[in-house]
Design a protein around this ligand. Sequence first.
Ligand code: HEC
Ligand code: HEC
Ligand code: HEC
Ligand code: HEC
Ligand code: HEC
Length: 430
Amino acid sequence: MKKLIGCIGLIISVCVFSSSGFAVSLDNQLVVEEQQFAAGAFEGPGTCLGCHHEIHTQWSHSMHAYAWQNRWYQDDYRLAHRETAGATDVLCGACHAPIAARTGQLPPHDGSAFDATARQGISCDFCHTVSDVNRLYNMGHVSSPGNLKYGNRGDGSSPYHGVKYSAVHRSAEFCGSCHNVKHPAGGTAIIDTYDDWKSGPYAEQGITCQHCHMTPGPGQGVNPGKSSPMGMERSNVAFHGFVGGSSFAQRKMGNEAQAQMAEEMLRAAAELELEAKRDGESLSLTVHVDNVGAGHKIPTGVTYIRKMWLEVKVEDEQGNTVYHSGSVDAKNHVDPEAVFYRLLFEDGEGNLTGKSWRAVGIGYDRRIPANGRDSETYAIRLPAEQGVYETTVRLMYRSFSQESLDFHDGADAPRIESVEMARSTLRIPQ
Ligand code: HEC
Ligand code: HEC
Ligand code: HEC
Ligand code: HEC
Ligand code: HEC
């Protein structure tokens, strides 16, 4: 990894930007793709299908396969394109359509020049022709497309291609080069999953992204079998579903099994603990949220698009609600007064924004670190009757806000589902 440090300045030399942000010539690209190959230099995933059928099926249901065509990505990408006069096209495309960006098929921004391989997002041959990583943010992968496929083994043989052991593929740096996004004009950390993992307890123990995201699911650490029917029997074959929290998108695209895996992943991340002190009509309720399962903060990634919050409900013995925070209204909007775990940026005018391209700094950041805890105390006024009360607290997650879906789709907007990550109840005696 020594090479990494020497190359960190690279982006400066290839970026056209000014510290004053987007006030400058917006017709310039914020990032220019550093490596260029001929169209067709990368093989399509269909070429790998015949011999790596299971891996292909897993990958084809992963968010990596949808990284470009995903319509919720496209909404945000097109908005960025319009608001920056195209300055963000190659920046976004470098990660969401890396083959297109590296083979001169992007721009134009609308994908009209993409071939079938480029459209399939982050596919087999992009990842398996990576020979090195020279920058740990904004896509610093070094591509060496060709017949040699780089992977985590190197001891097998294939009648179709060469195999080469690559330590990079076993490392978090391989993922981190994309799962770490910095604003090219000011350095604001847009996505910090890798940096956050690196400074946390899991990196110290050598537990990488692959250990949790390239296994079949929480608690299923191994996946014995063959990576190809022609290959060797292995005690663990890398699982390619790359499951995260995207149950909504997966369900909308018809991938029910992958949607359920995402919900399982979300439920593995957190636990709740409640403490209450009652003094007549006043109830002091403390909610502790523990990050017990994620190797990074929860939430992580594009948390400025996602929403995680606490729902707190107190009911009397007849089931009447006497207190409710974090409820969802008839329009499917979350109570704006709820406790939210996410990140929002500050724009040039000092306003909070979820538009990453406008970020000049961080405006709001409340997340729960790996193995860490967040605590919130609610001061609740109970009715005068001296009854027994039942408290229910839920930690909730949404991949998008209903407001942003409404913005893009108007009256036709789908209703975003809320996933319960954790729940705890407490009876409050007299
Ligand atoms: C004709 C069959 C065949 C085709 C087509 C094929 N592979 Fe393979 N591949 C194999 C076999 C066999 C192995 C060895 C499996 C083992 O080591 O157990 C292998 C191994 C691999 C490995 C593991 C490398 C290592 O040792 O770490 C990678 C990565 C890989 N293939 C990627 C690809 C990609 C990407 C494609 C499509 C562009 C592809 N393969 C197409 C048969 C094939
Ligand atoms: C986002 C990058 C990425 C994509 C896309 C991807 N892979 Fe992989 N693949 C990896 C990494 C990383 C490993 C090593 C994982 C580890 O060390 O646990 C791997 C491992 C493998 C292996 C070796 C499995 C084993 O454990 O023996 C094969 C074979 C393979 N990939 C083939 C493919 C094929 C075929 C596709 C497309 C259908 C594909 N990969 C898509 C990143 C990727
Ligand atoms: C070429 C850049 C790139 C590389 C390399 C990469 N990713 Fe990703 N990853 C993405 C992008 C972009 C998305 C989002 C796609 C979308 O939702 O449109 C994503 C999505 C994901 C998700 C799904 C999150 C969700 O919301 O469900 C997981 C999990 C994930 N990646 C894990 C990994 C791991 C683990 C590795 C390393 C083995 C890795 N990625 C390597 C770019 C990359
Ligand atoms: C100890 C296990 C563990 C490790 C290590 C780990 N993750 Fe995760 N990750 C999780 C769990 C559990 C979730 C689900 C909770 C969530 O979505 O916040 C998750 C969620 C995610 C998501 C989806 C976030 C969202 O809601 O959109 C991405 C992307 C991701 N991880 C990437 C990574 C990357 C990249 C690494 C390595 C730098 C990594 N993870 C390391 C367990 C892990
Ligand atoms: C350095 C790589 C990188 C760059 C550059 C990048 N992204 Fe992403 N993007 C990611 C990763 C990694 C994820 C997955 C994180 C997660 O699931 O929370 C992602 C996820 C997203 C999502 C969520 C998609 C979904 O299915 O939920 C949107 C929207 C998005 N990016 C928009 C953009 C836009 C717009 C740009 C350009 C201004 C951009 N991205 C630039 C890596 C990148």
